[in-house]
Design a protein around this ligand. Structure first.
Ligand code: SAM
Ligand code: SF4
Ligand code: SF4
Length: 335
């Protein structure tokens, strides 16, 4: 029997962080003040190996997981990640194998990833304006390179590409129409994400969040939009299409319209801890079980137990009461 958590939610999606490292320092995710030169990332031997990730994924699939997303940190920094993609693609029952990336290494990896069996990619790009984008990625990375990566991914068959835009008030919110317009009429789907209070290093303030409804209203005033049905129950993004039929966009309203009730996602950190919420305060160490020689039945039982005890609905109860929790950084547990 596939497990259900205490709110009767099944386990359908697995997000796997393959590294806690990143070559960007997005101010909302890995601010330089915290992730500076002296920051100690995980030592290689602490990371799950590809064999360990594959074994765990197979066990998760046995419990109902159908969608697997590789993330990080920056997943394409993990050496030979396409080999992991091939190993995961070979697991029967993985219906959707995707990866979220900042795009910096995608142009050179797209063909190999597609050949290995990756279905699609999501590429993060917060602005089309170099000054804004470089202030957000904080390493001077240019917009043009990410746009080239999106095209390379599309050409390699990894489309339609989803383009993730984190909207932060006073930083890039004046550019949402330009962003939408750029991709209108292409197969790519821009998704505007409300800035979230992930971890405890990004200095989040509610004032910095631009409600998704405002983003939709702004874009719709310039290019009329109409809401469309989700692709499947529990889809995180709310979908809209242009009234003139020239494509679609999405918004992810994690702050203003939380979707915990339909949240079927588990997260595996780069060092093999299982988290049942993006905002979790602690994980369950599966690497120790793997390396202590636990058999499949024991690991499956552990995962089942964690899921059956799951009560998380952080976004729904986000409030003063939760301020001060020791949350885990997104770059560590995987976005
Ligand atoms: N490095 C890859 C990338 O940036 O696409 C994958 C990991 S990143 C943590 C996954 C996604 O989380 C990205 O689209 C990023 O923009 C988003 N993200 C990171 N911090 C966020 C925050 N505080 N609020 C909302 N989204 C955030
Ligand atoms: Fe790196 Fe992605 Fe976080 Fe930006 S959002 S710092 S690219 S992990
Ligand atoms: Fe899922 Fe936690 Fe996000 Fe709610 S806050 S949608 S439970 S990850």
């Amino acid at each position: 029997m596939d497990p259900r958590d205490t709110l009767n939610r099944p386990l359908h999606d697995l997000r796997i962080s393959v590294t806690d490292r990143c070559n960007f320092r997005c101010t909302y995710c890995m601010p330089k003040e915290v992730f500076g030169r002296d920051y100690e990332f995980l030592a290689r031997q602490l990371l799950l190996t590809f064999e360990e990730i594959t074994r765990l994924t197979r066990l998760f699939v046995g419990l109902g997981v159908r969608k697997v997303r590789l993330t990080g940190g920056e997943p394409l920094l993990r050496t030979d990640v396409e080999e992991l993609v091939a190993m995961l693609a070979a697991i029967e029952g993985v219906d959707d194998l995707t990866l979220t990336t900042n795009g910096s290494l995608l142009e050179r990896k797209a063909e190999a990833l597609a050949a290995a069996g990756l279905d699609r990619v999501t590429v993060s790009l917060d602005s089309l304006n170099d000054t804004t984008f470089q202030a957000m990625n904080d390493v001077g990375y240019p917009v043009a390179k990410v746009l080239e990566a999106i095209e390379a991914a599309s050409t390699a068959g990894l489309g339609p590409v989803k383009v993730n835009v984190v909207v932060k008030r006073g930083v890039n919110d004046h550019e949402v129409v330009a962003m939408a317009r750029h991709f209108k009429g292409t197969p790519h789907i821009v998704r505007f994400i409300e800035y979230m209070d992930v971890g405890h290093t990004n200095g989040w303030r509610l004032d910095d969040v631009v409600p998704a409804a405002d983003v939709i209203a702004t874009i719709s005033a310039a290019m009329p939009l109409e809401a469309i049905a989700p692709n499947y129950p529990g889809e995180v993004a709310n979908r809209y299409r242009y009234a003139d039929g020239s494509g679609e966009i999405g918004v992810i309203a994690s702050v203003t319209r939380p979707f915990c009730g339909g949240c079927t996602r588990a997260r595996l950190s780069a060092e093999g801890s299982l988290y049942t919420c993006l905002f979790a305060t602690g994980g369950h160490d599966l690497r120790a079980m793997l390396r202590d020689g636990a058999d499949d039945a024991a690991i499956t039982a552990a995962i089942t137990g964690v899921w059956e005890r799951r009560r998380d609905r952080y976004s729904e109860i986000r409030s003063a009461a939760t301020a001060g929790w020791e949350k885990v950084e997104m770059s560590y547990i995987g976005g």
